[in-house]
Structures are given as structure tokens and as C-alpha cells.
Design a binder for this molecule. Structure first.
Ligand SMILES: [Zn+2]
Ligand SMILES: [Zn+2]
Length: 296
């Protein structure tokens, strides 16, 4: 028990899932990640305009929302309900900034199912590089596994279309930004923010929120809560709470656990765009208060 509570991530090294991608399947995303990191360096040569940085700042909330509230809380965990139209809009937003709902959902649900065991898609116990980058390039999942894990979403043809053509909304958005503001706006406003927020953001959760000892609940995995991650990703750092009760639209359960994404969801609820937001029941909160004393 003490071993589990005191950061067992440091103890046992786990094997990775066997590779399921080869050749272009690995080279393409790896090249994309490398180029995305190199392009912002060209800004030292080209210079930037103030409006490029306005776009950069304006991308922050939509990008975090697309991944944290859209892909994660809605598609993966069905933490609230919405119309089919708004569901598709969330799917489009997700594809603009990160990836398609079915692909993310399949991968993420399998992370929850096998957290910090040999079957995990991205556990820090499988090594830093695999957790941070490797699982983006080759997650070790087959298409069949992903579709089976997201079977409630595959019945929507429009989501299957996004699964097949996930790159279309992102390319369209990049073309618009390029047409409006040129190269420097594209690289500052989209590429740089993509690297800093939607690429490294989820990787930060995957790694740092599965290490350490800051926990409210004994979950049987290595999940932890991190305030600094919640500041960076608007509430997504309460990952131990989340692993204990994944179906909640609210990730910050207790006072001081800031959760701006939940505030945005409440606002959307007020506008009638989403409804039936799930929150942790009292017995879940009560057991957290109790476990807090054990885990501290
Ligand atoms: Zn996790
Ligand atoms: Zn989750």
C-alpha cells in the first residue's frame, strides 16, 4: 500500500505495447512533429507582427477547450450531452487543433482501461520518450482496437468522416490563416501555439500527472493531481480525481482545485448548447476527503 501511495512510477519499468505502425505511418507524424518544432525558429529571421501574437493569444482557450473539454470530457467520457450538430462542431474544432474524436477516444479509453500496466498506451513507466513522443508516433493500437473502444461514436457517419479525413479541418484553418496574415501569422498563431498547447499539453498530463504523490484517491494506478498543470491546461491537471471518477464534467472536485474548463461548460449549458453535465456525487467527494488524509 505504501508503495502505491508513494509514487510507484519510480519503481517498476513496464514494457511498451508492440508496434502497430511501420514506414510512412511512423515517419509522417515524426516528421510533422519535427518540422512543427523547427518552423518557429524561422521567426527569428522573418520577424513577427503584433497581430500574429494576437492570433497566438486568441488560440489558447479554443485549443485547450478542444482537447480538454471536447475530445477528453465529451467524446472520451461523455461527461455531458449535446445535440448532434454541436457534437459535430466539437469534432470539427478538435480536428482543427489536435485530432479526430474517434481516434482520440479509442486511444484514451484504452489508457484508462490499462493505466500504468503493460497495456497502457502511454505510461511514464514505459519511459519518458515513449510517454511524451513515442506514443504519438506509434501508439501500438490497431484500427480495430480503436474502433471497438469508441463504438458509441462510430455509428455517426460524420464522425467516421472526420476519423478518415482528420487533417482536412486543420489544413483548411491553416490555409485561412495563411491567406489572412501570411507566413508569420501561420507560424506564430497556429504552429507555435499548436506545439506549446495541443502537442505538449496532453503529453504533460500523460507524464507529469502519472508521477509523484499528490493524490486525493487511491486509484490503483499512478495518477496524480498537479496545480501547475491545471493552470496551464485550465483544469486538466486534476488527473487523480479524473481517474477516480472519469465521467465527471468537472475535474476539480475540492476547494482550490481550479477548473476553468468546467466554468466554460457551465456557460455553454446556460446558452442551451449542452446539458446534463455530470458531476461527482457526494459519496465520491466524501471518500476523497477521507482518502486525502491517507494519501497526504
Ligand atoms: Zn491518465
Ligand atoms: Zn480521461
Amino acid at each position: 500500500m505504501a508503495d502505491i501511495l508513494e509514487g510507484n512510477a519510480a519503481t517498476a519499468r513496464l514494457p511498451r505495447r508492440a508496434r502497430t505502425k511501420t514506414g510512412f505511418g511512423i515517419a509522417l507524424p515524426a516528421a510533422g512533429i519535427a518540422v512543427a518544432h523547427l518552423l518557429p525558429l524561422t521567426l527569428f529571421y522573418t520577424g513577427t507582427k503584433w497581430r500574429d501574437w494576437m492570433v497566438f493569444a486568441g488560440m489558447y482557450v479554443p485549443m485547450v477547450f478542444a482537447v480538454g473539454a471536447g475530445l477528453h470530457r465529451y467524446f472520451s467520457h461523455r461527461a455531458f450531452r449535446t445535440s448532434r450538430t454541436f457534437q459535430f462542431m466539437l469534432g470539427l474544432l478538435s480536428c482543427c487543433f489536435f485530432g479526430d474524436p474517434i481516434g482520440f477516444t479509442g486511444k484514451h479509453r484504452l489508457h484508462h482501461r490499462h493505466s500504468d500496466t503493460a497495456g497502457d498506451v502511454h505510461s511514464p513507466r514505459q519511459g519518458f520518450w515513449h510517454c511524451w513522443f513515442g506514443s504519438l508516433v506509434d501508439d501500438g493500437l490497431t484500427e480495430e482496437e480503436i474502433l471497438a473502444a469508441a463504438s458509441d461514436l462510430t455509428k455517426y457517419p460524420e464522425l467516421m468522416w472526420l476519423h478518415r479525413y482528420f487533417w482536412v479541418p486543420a489544413v483548411a484553418l491553416m490555409a485561412v490563416i495563411l491567406a489572412v496574415g501570411g507566413y508569420t501569422m501561420l507560424v506564430t498563431g497556429y504552429i507555435l501555439s499548436w506545439v506549446l498547447i495541443t502537442l505538449h499539453g496532453p503529453c504533460t498530463v500523460n507524464y507529469f500527472c502519472h508521477r509523484g504523490t499528490s493524490r486525493n484517491y487511491e486509484t490503483g494506478d499512478d495518477s496524480t493531481n498537479k496545480l501547475w498543470v491545471s493552470i496551464y491546461l485550465l483544469g486538466e491537471g486534476w488527473h487523480n480525481n479524473h481517474h477516480h471518477y472519469p465521467g465527471s464534467a468537472r475535474a476539480g472536485f475540492f476547494s482550490g482545485e481550479i477548473d476553468p474548463l468546467f466554468s466554460i461548460l457551465r456557460l455553454l449549458e446556460r446558452f442551451g448548447l449542452i446539458w446534463d453535465l455530470r458531476v461527482p456525487p457526494e459519496h465520491v467527494l466524501e471518500s476523497g476527503r477521507r482518502d486525502e488524509k491517507i494519501c497526504a
